[in-house]
Design a protein around this ligand. Structure first.
Ligand code: ADP
Length: 322
C-alpha cells in the first residue's frame, strides 16, 4: 500500500483532529502518501481530495471540530454514489481509507470495503453509541463540557432555590446523561436504556427540599424526550417552577480533553498499521484499555451490545439521591 486517504463523516466530535493528525503523521513516518478527503463522503464523490503534508496537521491536536470538515450525504447511500466515490479513489491511486465517524459512517465504510477499497473505521462521535468500544472519540470531552455547564447552572439553582431540567445530547444513547449526571450529583437522570419514574423524580425533589436542599438538577437524555416535556410534567404535578436548559451544540465543540486526544492518536496510528498489513472492513475501539479490532458486521450486530454500564451509573445515581 502506497497511498491512503482519511475522511471525517457524520456529526463532528472533539478528538477528530488528533485522530486525523495521527493518521497523517504515522502514514508519512511509514513512507506512505496520505490524502485528506474533505466533507466526508460528499467530498469524496465530488473529488475534494488533497495530498496532506506534515504542515497541514500542525497546530490542530488541541482544536475541536475537524479540519477535514464533515457532511452527511444521502447520495452515498446509493450504489451510484459509492461507485462515484470509488472512481475518485482510483483516479488518485488511493488503496485504503480511514473513516472517522459514527455508526452511519461505518455503514458507508462497509460499502467501500465490500467493493474492494481497504477501509478501517474509527469511532468519532460524542454519543458513545458505537458497539465494540467502551469509548468513542469525543465522548469524554462532551461529558466534561456538560459537567462544567451543569456546575455553573447549579450556582444559580442554589442561589434561587430553583429546580433545573437540563436536556443533553446522545441521540438514542444515554451515556452523556448518565456520566454527566453522576459527575454533577443530579437528583434524577432520565436515559433511554432504563425506565425511570417521573413520580419518583417528584418525590426525590420534594424530599430534597424538605431536608433543606437548595437546588435540584434533573438531567434528561434527548433520547427519552425534551427538557420542556419533563418541566411541564413537574409544573403540572407540583408547585415547583422548573427552569429548562437545552445545552445543544456546545456539547459538540471545544478543545478535546487529553483522553480524547490520546484515544484518537492511538486509534489513528493503529489504523495505518492495519492498512499496511492488508486489513480491511475493521472497526477500531478501546475495550478494557486495549485496542479492539472488530469486523463492521460484528459492530452492527446485536451480539456486540455491551451489558450497559450506563444503567449501572443511573442506578448508583438513584441510590445516592436519598
Ligand atoms: P454518523 O456517522 O455520525 O452516525 P450519519 O448516520 O449521518 O452520521 O452517517 C454519515 C454518512 O454516512 C451519511 O450521510 C451517509 O453518507 C453515510 N451512510 C450512512 N448510512 C449508510 C449506508 N447504509 N450506506 C452507505 N452510506 C451510508
Amino acid at each position: 500500500m502506497k497511498k491512503i486517504g482519511v475522511l471525517t463523516s457524520g456529526g463532528d466530535a472533539p478528538g477528530m483532529n488528533p485522530a486525523v493528525r495521527a493518521v497523517v503523521k504515522k502514514a508519512i513516518y511509514e513512507g506512505l502518501e496520505v490524502y485528506g478527503i474533505y466533507r466526508g463522503y460528499e467530498g469524496l464523490m465530488e473529488g475534494a481530495v488533497k495530498k496532506l503534508e506534515l504542515k497541514d496537521v500542525g497546530d490542530i491536536i488541541h482544536r475541536g471540530g475537524t479540519i477535514l470538515q464533515s457532511a452527511r450525504s444521502d447520495k452515498f447511500k446509493t450504489e451510484e454514489g459509492q461507485l462515484q466515490g470509488i472512481d475518485v479513489l482510483i483516479q488518485h491511486g488511493i488503496e485504503g481509507v480511514v473513516v472517522i465517524g459514527g455508526d452511519g459512517s461505518y455503514r458507508g465504510a462497509q460499502k467501500l470495503h465490500q467493493k474492494g477499497i481497504a477501509t478501517i473505521g474509527l469511532p468519532g462521535t460524542i454519543d458513545n453509541d458505537i458497539n465494540g468500544t467502551d469509548y468513542t472519540i469525543g465522548f469524554s470531552t462532551a461529558v466534561n463540557t456538560v459537567t462544567e455547564a451543569v456546575d455553573r447552572i447549579r450556582d444559580t439553582a442554589t442561589s434561587h432555590e430553583y429546580t433545573f431540567v437540563i436536556e443533553v445530547m446522545g441521540r438514542d444513547a444515554g451515556d452523556i446523561a448518565a456520566w454527566a449526571g453522576l459527575a454533577t450529583g443530579a437528583e434524577s437522570i432520565f436515559i433511554p436504556e432504563r425506565g425511570s419514574s417521573k413520580e419518583e423524580m417528584l418525590e426525590r425533589l420534594t424530599k430534597g427540599f424538605q431536608r433543606g436542599k437548595k437546588h435540584s438538577i434533573v438531567i434528561v437524555a434527548e433520547g427519552v424526550g425534551t427538557g420542556n416535556e419533563f418541566a411541564d410534567y413537574i409544573r403540572e404535578n407540583s408547585h415547583y417552577q422548573p427552569r429548562v436548559t437545552v445545552l445543544g451544540y456546545v456539547q459538540r465543540g471545544g478543545t478535546p480533553v487529553p483522553f480524547d486526544r490520546i484515544l484518537g492518536t492511538r486509534l489513528g496510528t493503529h489504523a495505518v498499521e492495519l492498512l499496511m498489513k492488508g486489513e480491511s472492513g475493521k472497526a477500531l475501539g478501546m475495550q478494557k484499555n486495549e485496542i479492539s479490532v472488530h469486523d463492521f458486521d460484528y459492530v452492527f450486530s446485536d451480539d456486540s451490545k455491551d451489558s450497559n454500564i450506563v444503567t449501572k451509573l443511573a442506578d448508583i445515581s438513584t441510590e445516592l439521591s436519598l
